[in-house]
Ligand binder design. Structure first.
Ligand SMILES: [Zn+2]
Length: 505
């Protein structure tokens, strides 16, 4: 069997300050740089990325792999038309070459929440262009992030869409394996699958979507339970619940369920069961948000030198959701309240990192720290810090989320004032791996107050050492209280938060 494989990943926050240009896709970050040609087949070895799982499974089955292009960029404002058209140009050029040598199926590693300057449904456009080239007979299967804002067009253009089932996303690789099994099934006799798709009526805040906690935990248990289930006289092949990516001002914002089965009635029934379950869970998706002041005070008051840190999620500045990773609201509170055994990571400030590295370990340096990119309305912190450690920013991630990824954060330094430590990097990255602290000499489990620029992914690696987790509302573009976002293009009637106000248009 001859299968073309590629990917084009972006999670777009239409309220974020910086667009994703071609350079953002070409360079490496926490994931590899743009890959094309034979290098694509080996670039993802041992990583927790969907295409890794797909490639491993295909190689184990001795299938012939025809590489297209694969690239990703850190979440941000929409993808520029230039970047979208250049990447799609490569993908379709490679696909045409694959078609000319004979092609049985196509797998794409997509996110599902891409918005471009021109297209609000980025993946719908990607899938439609690929479909137009391959025709209706060649199966096209795509894996999606759990945060996909799925459209009817995406469902129509793909033979199957298969989303992650965990947040933190510890099953990205496994999702690639499941996509491979489904595509291989379609190529070896599984009847063409009926599809069912349902959009839900309320947006779920990111921090409430975590699958380690209820109610998402039991919904995903039911998603897994439906695999291979007979409903009436039809067998369900695969179902997904995509919780959606909220900070996006488009009509297709919001959670969805999609199901595939031998018969239309089985697909409808599976999607209906899941949709009913998500609808019934609406009150349980409501979540408390802390102010920076209260959260830092609570962490200091309730922690001790043993028993692990109180972990504060700086969700609004999460670089995994369009933040620039450089706001200082919580850091200011840590300094004001003189937090003991406290650390924050990862603060993006290449200028400060470079100045501190130049000054050298042990130096005392007065800096204007953070808040330089304009992602939030606040001023940098003017303060004198000790340069406690200077690191290269290159290290291997070991936690369940990033595990196996070779991080390249550029010059990374540890600054210290009293008990407050700040990890400052030269590239943006969501703080979801303990190595991000260990790289500059901090052991997270020994801290009392630990602040991470992340919404949920940190829970995979930091959850086990956390005494308690607080979700904090501090400046940043990934607005946690969604009713504060100036939405204008949602579909009428969609509730902006669970049990919250409906969008009126
Ligand atoms: Zn995601």
């Amino acid at each position: 069997m001859r299968i073309a494989v590629g990917g084009f990943q972006h999670e777009t926050n239409t309220f974020a300050p910086t667009k994703a240009d071609y350079a953002a896709f070409a360079q490496s970050d926490s994931w590899p740089a743009l890959q094309r040609g034979p290098a694509l087949l080996t670039a993802f070895a041992d990583m927790n990325v969907p295409i890794t799982g797909f490639l491993d499974a295909a190689k184990a089955d001795s299938q012939t792999l025809l590489p297209l292009v694969w690239c990703s960029a850190t979440p941000s404002a929409p993808v520029t038309d230039d970047a979208f058209e250049r990447v799609m140009g490569m993908m379709l050029e490679d696909l045409a070459a694959a078609l000319s040598t004979g092609l049985d199926g196509v797998y794409l590693d997509l996110h599902g929440a891409m918005v471009t300057e021109t297209y609000e449904d980025g993946e719908g456009e990607i899938l439609a262009r690929v479909r137009r080239m391959i025709g209706s007979d060649i199966p096209l299967v795509a894996s999606l992030d759990l945060h996909a804002n799925v459209s009817q067009r995406m469902v129509d253009e793909a033979d199957a869409l298969i989303a992650y089932r965990t947040y933190p996303h510890v099953d990205m690789r496994d999702t690639g394996v499941r996509a491979h099994a489904h595509l291989t099934g379609l190529l070896s006799g599984l009847p063409r699958q009926a599809k069912a798709f349902r959009k839900l009526d309320y947006i779920i805040p990111l921090t409430a979507q975590c699958t380690l906690i209820e109610p998402a935990r039991h919904i995903y248990a039911h998603v897994a339970h439906l695999d291979g289930k007979m409903l009436g006289n039809g067998e369900v092949s695969v179902t997904s619940f995509a919780t959606g990516f909220p900070p996006v001002d488009i009509s297709m914002n919001g959670p969805s369920v999609f199901a595939y089965a031998d018969t239309q009635s089985a697909a409808d029934e599976a999607a209906g069961e899941l949709a009913d379950m998500v609808t019934a869970c609406e009150p349980r998706f409501v979540e408390r948000l802390w102010s920076a002041r209260d959260a830092v005070a609570h962490a200091i008051a309730t922690s001790s030198d043993a028993g692990g840190p109180v972990v504060l999620a700086d969700t609004q500045d999460n670089p995994g959701a369009g933040g620039n990773g450089d706001t200082v609201g919580i850091l200011r509170e840590m300094l004001l309240q003189d937090a003991p055994l406290a650390a924050l990571g990862v603060l993006y400030d290449p200028q400060a990192a470079s100045m501190a590295a130049e000054a050298g370990e042990g130096a005392s340096i007065t800096l204007s720290l953070g808040a330089k990119t304009g992602g939030a309305d606040e001023a940098p912190i003017e303060e004198t810090f000790e340069v406690a450690k200077v690191g290269s920013g290159n290290f291997l991630a070991t936690g369940p989320f990033y595990g196996g990824s070779h991080m390249s954060l550029g010059t990374t330094v540890l600054l210290r004032k009293g008990g407050v430590h700040v990890v400052v990097s030269s590239r943006k990255a969501q703080c979801a791996d303990q190595e991000m602290f260990r790289h500059v000499g901090i052991e997270p489990s020994r801290l009392r107050v630990l602040v991470v620029k992340s919404s949920v992914h940190f829970r995979a690696d930091f959850g086990p050492i956390a005494r308690e987790v607080l979700v904090v509302e501090s400046p940043g573009p990934n607005v946690a209280d969604l009713t504060r976002l100036p939405f204008r293009h949602l579909r009428k009637g969609l509730r902006i938060t669970p049990l919250g106000p409906a969008f009126e248009g």
